[in-house]
Design a protein around this ligand. Structure first.
Ligand SMILES: [Zn+2]
Length: 709
């Protein structure tokens, strides 16, 4: 087993990311109660939640779990997908799982974790690493080498052997301890062969059955999940057949997620009877035993019973699905697992349901399903439905779809996000696509014209069908309907492309000019340039754009001036003085300064022009600092007032978070002044700062840290 869990193998199984996370889980001591029984490791891994993880080597004894595992992975390849027309969303997982299954068959590694991640997750990596580090508590003779794994067979120790067996086992364990440092513990080395406690398996084998049963029942009474597992095991092993009422009770219990159940909550919610609270966080842990039991009775040939119970479970699931969270790996896979089982059972017992009845049932389930978990996987049933069933299903979908109200821009507020609408739309699209019917597809999309995106979708459908006139028509319609609103960038781009296709360059440019004209700034400027570059006529557009930008700044400036005059008048009325912030204040604030020009010129890598604009009309502090960066090398003197202002700004208030940046700004200023032989000036400044800010101890500490004078 150790050979199968070498770091290289683990990394390959888990991927680099999960491996690294598993490593830190292990080194962080998050692997709890790791036990080894034969070739099986089990542990609880405590992260944000508690997960149960097991790794074992496949052999005949674990067939049952193997089968379950295959289904959990949806790797069930019985579920024939011959009708390509239905297979719109494709089962991407399929191939990968097939590979895994093959690997498992030749005595490979098997594993399961109760977390939703699937695959060989970080928890399993952590368990494997803990095992390699010798952290496993070996409950039986130790299954790490072939020899002892074989000898720890079921029922090997009979009562008669018990009396003489003890010494034998002890000897063996000691021998093993010497061979393998990892499974030996310190205690076993110091124990003498006479007093060493036998391993748990040996001990339990020697107990009377009555005592074991009493123990198990005692534990089950305290552990609701374990109790349910036992009950399901009993139900599945019932020699008299299938007790349907009992199975329904078990299903009810498994799906008993009361209102307020929160699978993501870490608080100690315990509104759940029977001591289940420890396991409440992972729905799948409760569902798993039910699935296993149904699997078992299906294998025994009770296909009709399983079909009926799976149907029952799916209806129960429907009632609580929304409580199981939005994690698609949680609720969605539970729904899908029962569907897979249902389909298997129906296939094993074809007379159970006629296609018409099945079509109605599938339709009703899909209609009721909440979209939060991805909807009801009705595609699973396609091969079972056959031609007649599909026809029935489709006609039901079409009838219901006809009643779905049309959504328009004005009705957006009344948007219903029901699963019904989602399911019907998806099903309608699946049929239309299978028929290759573009018009039908477009009619479906026209049921919802509540956003620009809907128009874009329609336009794209026609474009993809090379029906460019209709494509343009829908794009223009959407553009018109939503005029005045926030414009959809995708729709604009689509329209521009269609105009260019028709060599209507002016129309394409107008779309981008309108946007720039409305909101001249770097973002719209860059978009305008991108479009103009397509026609290689940027210089002319650039000139126009600059004129427009200056015009816009001038409008803002006048507005700001009026506001300032009003404020000044108000201040004078109350006898206030002038702002001590002085000249710089007007240069670094307000939307009316040259910030937008500076930003665009810097973006165009024209730092000198940007500097000239900043000096002429001011800009934001962030831009001043950017400008300082561009001028530091060749014009250090230009940067001094910028850094000086930064220091003033940062030291005005006793704000702890500004202390370190202020000290850094002073350091910068010191370097610049030094380059200009103005050290004296800097010394004066520092003396002044140390004097006036002496009460701010932490600030002084920051200055000292940087060895400032
Ligand atoms: Zn996991």
């Amino acid at each position: 087993m150790k050979d199968l869990l070498r770091p290289g193998e683990l990394r390959e199984l888990a991927g680099d990311r999960s491996y690294a996370r598993g490593e830190s889980y292990f080194s962080g001591g998050l692997v709890r109660s790791l036990t080894q029984v034969g070739q099986r490791l089990s542990a609880v891994v405590v992260g944000t939640r508690r997960y149960k993880a097991s790794i074992w080597v496949a052999d005949g004894a674990s067939r049952e779990e193997d089968r379950f595992r295959e289904d959990k992975d949806w790797g069930d390849d019985d579920d024939s997908c011959e009708d390509d027309e239905w297979d719109n969303d494709g089962d991407e997982d399929g191939d990968e799982d097939d590979e895994e299954d093959e690997e498992r068959e030749d005595g490979g590694l098997r594993y399961i974790c109760s977390c939703p991640a699937g695959g060989f997750c970080k928890h399993l990596v952590a368990v494997a690493l803990a095992f390699r580090a010798g952290k496993a508590d070996v409950l039986d003779g130790g299954g790490d080498d072939e020899e002892s794994a074989e000898s720890v067979g079921e029922g090997r120790l009979t009562g008669a052997e018990k009396r003489t067996g003890e010494g034998k086992i002890v000897e063996k364990a000691v021998g093993k301890g010497g061979k393998s440092a990892a499974t030996a513990n310190a205690a076993s080395k110091t124990a003498t062969s006479k007093t060493r406690t036998p391993d748990l398996q040996t001990h339990l084998m020697a107990q009377p059955k009555e005592r074991l049963v009493a123990w198990v029942l005692e534990r089950a009474a305290l552990d609701g999940a374990f109790l349910e597992q036992l009950r399901l095991d009993a139900a599945a092993a019932n020699p008299a057949g299938v007790d349907m009422a009992d199975f329904r009770r078990r299903i009810d219990k498994a799906f008993d997620f009361p209102d307020g159940y929160d699978p993501d909550g870490d608080d100690d919610y315990d509104g759940y009877g029977g001591g289940y609270d420890e396991d409440r966080t992972v729905p799948m842990e409760r569902i798993e035993p039910v699935l296993k039991a149904l699997e078992k009775i299906l294998a025994q040939g009770h296909a009709a019973a399983v079909a009926s119970l799976a149907e029952y479970a799916l209806v129960e699931f429907e009632k609580v699905a929304t409580r199981l969270g939005y994690d698609p790996d949680g609720a969605a896979s539970i729904g899908k697992l029962f569907c897979v089982l249902h389909v298997q059972a129906l296939r094993a017992h074809p007379t159970k349901s006629d296609p018409q009845t099945l079509a109605d049932w599938v339709f009703n389930r899909a209609l009721a399903a909440a979209p939060s978990y991805g909807g009801f996987p009705w595609e699973e049933y396609r091969s079972l439905l056959g031609e007649a069933g599909v026809k029935r299903f489709r006609s039901k979908v079409e009838t219901a779809w006809a009643k779905v109200p049309v959504r328009t821009k004005d009705q957006r507020k009344f948007e219903d996000n029901s699963g019904e609408r989602h399911f019907l739309r998806d099903a309608m699209i699946a049929f239309a696509q299978a028929d290759g019917d573009v018009d039908a597809r477009a009619v479906i999309e026209q049921k919802d014209l509540s956003s620009e995106h809907n128009y874009l979708t329609l336009a794209q459908i026609f474009r993809d069908a090379k029906r460019h006139d209709e494509a343009l028509e829908w794009a223009e319609k959407g553009w018109q309907v939503f005029a005045g609103d926030y414009r959809h960038a995708g729709l604009r781009e689509f329209l521009a492309t269609e105009y260019r296709r028709r060599r209507r360059v002016d129309d394409a440019m107008a779309l981008y000019w309108d946007e720039y004209n409305r909101q001249p700034g770097l973002h719209t400027y860059a978009e305008l340039k991108e479009q103009a570059d397509l026609g290689r006529d940027w210089p002319a557009w650039r000139e126009k754009a600059m004129v427009r930008l200056r015009e816009s700044i001038e409008v803002e400036r006048r507005k700001a001036q009026r506001d300032a005059e009003k404020q000044q008048a108000a201040r004078n009325a109350y006898g206030g003085g002038a702002s001590w912030h002085g000249e710089w204040a007007s240069r670094v604030s307000s939307a009316a300064d040259h910030s937008r020009l500076v930003e665009i010129l810097l973006w165009e890598r024209n730092p000198d022009a940007a500097w000239a604009e900043a000096v002429a009309g001011g800009c934001s502090e962030a831009l001043w600092l950017k400008l300082a960066e561009t001028r530091e090398k060749e014009h250090p003197a230009d940067c001094i007032p910028i850094w000086h202002h930064r220091v003033t700004n940062l030291t005005q208030n006793a704000d702890q978070s500004n202390y370190a940046p202020a000290a850094q700004a002073l350091q910068k200023l010191g370097h610049l002044l030094h380059r200009l032989d103005r050290n004296k000036e800097f010394a004066h400044l520092m003396a002044d700062i140390r004097q006036t800010r002496r009460a701010r101890r932490n600030f002084i500490t920051e200055l000292n840290k940087l060895h400032l004078p």
